[in-house]
Design a protein around this ligand. Structure first.
Ligand code: ZN
Length: 423
């Protein structure tokens, strides 16, 4: 049984194996908003609601549901839970895991677990809902969830800031958080090559700081109060940053349209990369403090091996999460480039592991990284994961061939994985 939502996943988690033996279960028609409780700040929704519909239901009640992703118009909340989706506001509000208070799940034996509690405090044993969040449908099918709501945002300021290097980005983030606290709602790193691809391929895209150095960050402060002095706060922080050499220039949006144009530069990177041609992608995380080290060492190792490599880097630096992608070198042919994927992965993933990071920060494992993870998780951790799978799904009925290396479901061989696209 392979549960499917919006089919926007990037690791083949909702794609059946090529053996044709799976039953697909679409959650798309299970799409009601079941309840909203504004005093409790909770929203109860069914798995097939698109993320945009969930956001809209929260907004209609004067609240914010903060999960935000490029695919929000088509991805579904059940899939967001099953992959523990991240996105651009994790810095302030956390991953999906932190936004869920309860779940309803159909178990592999056919029973339904009604765990739709709206409690922020509940210390009554194992926190079972967390087992199903990020499980990629391998333990059961999430059919509904109770989500946390937050105050609606009524003021916002957005800026594009040129920085000398990634180390400055980490220090600038620290400075902003020290001065503005949780008002820092986004802090996105954009490498120059990523920006150049957007300027080249996306109609209407304009460089906010022409001639700027190799790196920039997109910063956003936001607040529920309509008159929060965010512009002044940001200005003060940026002038301190300029003084300390953490930034060389900044463009602060003075209208909603300008803010949207800055966000479009960030959000169109994946699309621009797709237009440019084939790429080898990584979704990695390391502790924020080690990002500069990671970027320097990864870049160095790749250039040494492939002098013409084009590294396209962007990501959620406040969460330590980088999208570290290699665009095909000019002149190289696709098959030769793609055939180097295992070697590239080894360089990048081994370095990530050495720095205490993760080879899948927010996209999950699916089929794409199912065997790769065996190299990076300890046998103790794999054993614990298998024990949980055995306990809940002893017959291996749920989403076979995903997630667990080697598997318990006799499907070690014959995996066929389509190349992922998108963000
Ligand atoms: Zn991302």
């Amino acid at each position: 049984m392979v549960p499917q939502g919006g089919n926007t996943g990037l690791c083949g988690g909702a794609t059946p194996l090529a053996d044709g033996a799976a039953v697909l279960i679409s959650l798309a028609r299970l799409n009601r908003i079941r309840a909203i409780d504004t005093d409790n700040d909770t929203l109860t929704v069914e798995a097939g609601c698109t993320l945009a519909a969930v956001q809209a239901a929260a907004a209609a009640a004067g609240r914010l549901f903060p999960l935000a992703l490029a695919s929000e118009g088509s991805c579904m909340i059940g899939g967001n839970l099953s992959t523990n989706a991240g996105g651009v506001q994790v810095l302030r509000y956390g991953n999906t895991r932190e936004l869920v208070l309860g779940v309803e799940v159909v178990l592999p034996d056919g029973r339904i677990w009604d765990g739709l509690r709206g409690l922020r405090k509940d210390n009554t044993g194992y926190d079972l809902k967390q087992l199903f969040i990020g499980a990629e449908g391998t333990l059961g099918i999430v059919t509904a969830a109770v989500l946390k709501l937050f105050p609606a945002i009524r003021s916002r300021v957005t800026a594009w800031v040129a920085i000398p290097d990634p180390a400055a980005a980490v220090r600038l983030l620290g400075l902003l958080r020290a001065n503005c606290g949780d008002r820092v709602s986004a802090f996105e790193l954009v490498g120059r090559k990523a920006l150049e691809l957007v300027l080249q391929h996306i109609p209407g895209a304009r460089d906010p700081l022409p001639g700027a150095p190799a790196w920039a960050v997109l910063v956003e402060l936001s607040d529920p109060a309509a008159d929060a002095p965010l512009g002044l706060q940001l200005e003060a922080a940026l002038s301190a940053a300029l003084e300390h050499g953490l930034a060389s220039d900044a463009a602060v949006a003075v209208s909603e349209a300008q803010a949207q144009a800055l966000w479009a530069l960030r959000e169109n990177i994946s699309e621009a990369q797709r237009i440019e041609g084939i790429s080898i992608k990584h979704d990695v995380s390391v502790p924020v403090s080690r990002i500069p080290d990671f970027l320097e060492r990864a870049g160095g190792a790749l250039v040494q091996r492939w002098p013409d490599v084009r590294v396209v880097v962007f990501g959620h630096i406040g969460d330590g999460n980088l999208h570290y992608n290699l665009s095909r070198p000019a002149g190289a042919d696709n098959p030769a480039f793609i055939s180097s994927t295992p070697e590239v992965n080894r360089i990048i993933h081994d370095l990530v592991a050495e720095l205490g990071g993760s080879i899948s920060a927010e996209h999950g494992l699916g089929q794409l990284k199912r065997e790769e993870i065996a190299r990076y998780k300890s046998s103790v951790e794999i054993d614990l994961m298998r024990a949980i799978k055995h306990a809940l799904d002893p017959k291996g009925l749920m989403n076979p061939g995903k997630f667990l290396p080697g598997g318990i479901d006799g499907l070690e061989d014959g995996l066929e994985v389509a190349a992922p696209s998108g963000k």
